[in-house]
Design a protein. Structure first.
Lengths: 356, 254
């Protein structure tokens, strides 16, 4: 797209800029070319109008020879020859115009011949001016495009990061569940069906959450509970759960999949390494200054070395809090003895409209 | 020359999840030739029970409390046929490095389970080549071990690397010195050296590996060698090559 022809506003400004140029040409033709003022004006005005459009063709030669990559000799050769051609065209146009005007101004077609060098010289200079203008416009266009590309790339990266973070249901969890279901099919088919339903329930909820940026806390809690009820069947009496939630905070908005990864972390690094079984305690309420405060605590075996990727779940949650609230959220991890606790504080805005 | 197909054999099921053990128990019902010698829910019990009841076969989960499946295998040696049963497919390569008979991915069908048992029957009775380096299997590639597991009779000792002072090689065994005690383990000192982070442990002698943090000072000893004096007063011989290695490390740190 031509940067000047493509926009009517720019074309207007460009033609306005030709008015003083036309005035200079008029002066040159009258003072140096030896024409009378009316004759000079009759020639200069249409000539400038035509040449304004001829000069727009500089865009093509500019684009073909980019400033950054072309050698000086190539630049000079291209633009000087283009300028010579443009100047030649201008003379031909002037000749034709003078011939046409000779009915009004007798002898003009003879007089113009003397002014050919003047016309050619100014034509070349004007064309080179247009070349400079087009280079400026091209670099402006390039930097604009680069900025836009960069912004687009950043948005894309953030989006894919969020998507990856949100859909990170641990596949081994699913495989283990399916194995438990496979065990239950013969020994307790009713329980097998219950576990199928619970697992389906959990998966459906995580799928639905992927598109949303904030969800009410009660939805996130429902997801976390359905995850835990599946794990409860797997671990049986080994897993003890305790949950205390202030009903007043249930409609606070939180990023989706905020609690569930933390609870999953507590299961993986807590109860699943403890032969005697483990406990998980979830406390949710209003903290000071009306913030939403969440604490998830569990016991663990201090002698078990932390598995690879142990802190990825925690890191993801911390990152998502940063993305959603910047400095407005707090994320704390405490370990003492065989206890591990994660504390979150976030603004906990209320939902204005009921989200679906 | 496979073993007698009708031979009875004994198996132990090791999994921390009750339901996972239940699947195996149930699938074994159609195999009267397999007797279930026991079930256990963690690595400690697995090592103890294997030592006590000498089974032919172990169904072994990998991610378990206390000891993981590979650590269990390291402690019980290669006499027992192992079928790993896990939801994680990323350990399969390591499993075959330690000559596991099969690797069942949860959940599995009865047909797949039967195929695994068939392989077990072919394998039992054959003398297995001892895995070259079982400890290498307990860590992933490019990683160093974080703890050493040792069997004291039927009890299992876990020595975190930070608490290991030095190791002394004695033929096929290493004596691991930790907190004033020595623990014997069937392992060569070279394979132990490979499992330890070279930034912390230096081979100061053909038979000695030392934890750099424990070295208090060096004393000349004899014509060509030195003695390393540890914080707790232990004196270890340092060979000429060992002295060069040790010196390079201490200079770097100083």
């Amino acid at each position: 797209m031509h940067p000047i022809l493509g926009q009517l506003r720019r074309l207007g400004f460009y033609l306005l800029a030709w008015i003083p140029l036309g005035a200079i040409l008029l002066y040159l033709l009258a003072a140096l070319g030896g024409l009378s003022w009316p004759r000079a004006a009759a020639l200069a005005i249409p000539l400038c109008l035509v040449y304004a459009f001829v000069c727009l063709s500089a865009w093509y030669s500019c684009r073909g020879t980019p400033l950054e990559t072309s050698s000086f000799s190539r630049l000079a050769l291209t633009h000087l020859s283009a300028a010579a051609v443009a100047g030649g065209i201008w003379i031909v146009v002037a000749k034709g115009l003078a011939f046409a005007l000779s009915t009004v101004f007798p002898g003009l077609d003879q007089q113009i011949v003397r002014d050919y060098p003047l016309l050619f010289g100014s034509g070349v200079l004007l064309y080179l001016l247009a070349v400079a203008l087009h280079y400026v416009l091209l670099s402006d266009q390039a930097s604009h495009e680069a900025a836009q590309r960069e912004a687009e790339a950043r948005v894309l990266a953030r989006e894919s990061e969020l998507k990856a973070l949100k859909t990170q249901v641990n596949p081994h969890f699913i495989f283990n569940c399916l194995n438990s279901i496979s065990a239950l099919t013969t020994s307790d088919s009713a329980k097998a069906r219950e576990m199928c339903v619970l697992l389906a329930d959990f998966l459906r909820k995580t799928l639905g959450l992927g598109e949303q940026t904030l969800i009410p806390l009660h939805d996130e809690l429902a997801l976390t509970r359905s995850y835990l009820s599946v794990e409860q069947i797997r671990f049986g009496v080994r897993l003890k759960l305790e949950e205390k939630t202030d009903p007043a905070v249930l409609d606070c908005l939180v990023p989706p999949l905020l609690l569930q990864p933390l609870v999953e972390n507590a299961v993986r690094h807590g109860v699943s390494n403890l032969t005697e079984g483990g406990w998980i305690r979830i406390e949710i309420g209003r903290g000071s200054r009306d913030v939403l405060s969440i604490r998830i605590e569990n016991n663990f075996d201090p002698e078990t070395p932390r598995r690879k990727g142990a802190s990825i779940g925690l890191k993801n949650v911390r990152q998502r809090l940063d993305t959603a609230y910047g400095n407005g959220a707090r994320f704390d991890v405490q370990t003492s003895g065989d206890r591990f606790a994660v504390s979150l504080e976030l603004p906990g805005e209320r939902s204005v409209e009921k989200s679906t | 020359m496979s073993a007698d197909a009708n031979k009875r054999f004994r198996a132990i099921i090791v999994d921390d999840e009750d339901l996972a053990r239940q699947v195996i128990r149930e699938m074994l019902q159609s195999h009267p030739e397999v007797e279930i010698a026991g079930e256990c829910a963690n690595g400690f019990e697995a090592v103890r029970m294997t030592g006590e009841s000498k089974p032919d076969l172990l169904f072994l989960d990998i991610q378990m409390p206390k000891l993981d499946g590979f650590e269990v295998l390291e402690l019980i040696g290669s006499e027992v046929a192992i079928v790993f049963v896990t939801a994680h497919d990323e350990h399969a390569l390591r499993a075959f490095e330690v000559h596991a008979v099969d690797y069942l991915l949860k959940p599995f069908t009865a047909e797949r389970f039967d195929a695994a048992l068939e392989r077990v029957k072919q394998r039992i009775g054959q003398k297995l080549p001892a895995p070259t380096d079982l400890t290498a299997a307990t860590r992933g590639p490019g990683q160093y071990t974080e703890r050493i597991v040792v069997k004291d009779g039927t009890r299992v000792q876990i020595i975190p690397i930070a608490k290991l002072d030095y190791a002394e090689g004695q033929d096929d065994y290493v004596a691991l010195a930790s907190q004033g005690k020595k623990h014997l383990k069937q392992q060569t000192i070279s394979s132990l050296e490979a499992a330890l982070d070279p930034k912390n442990f230096v081979r100061i002698h053909r038979s000695y590996l030392v934890n750099l943090e424990r070295v208090a000072r060096l004393e000349p000893y004899g014509k060509d060698s030195h003695l390393a004096i540890l914080n707790d007063g232990a004196r270890l011989p340092v060979s000429r090559a060992g002295y060069a290695r040790l010196k390079a490390f201490l200079d770097q740190q100083g």
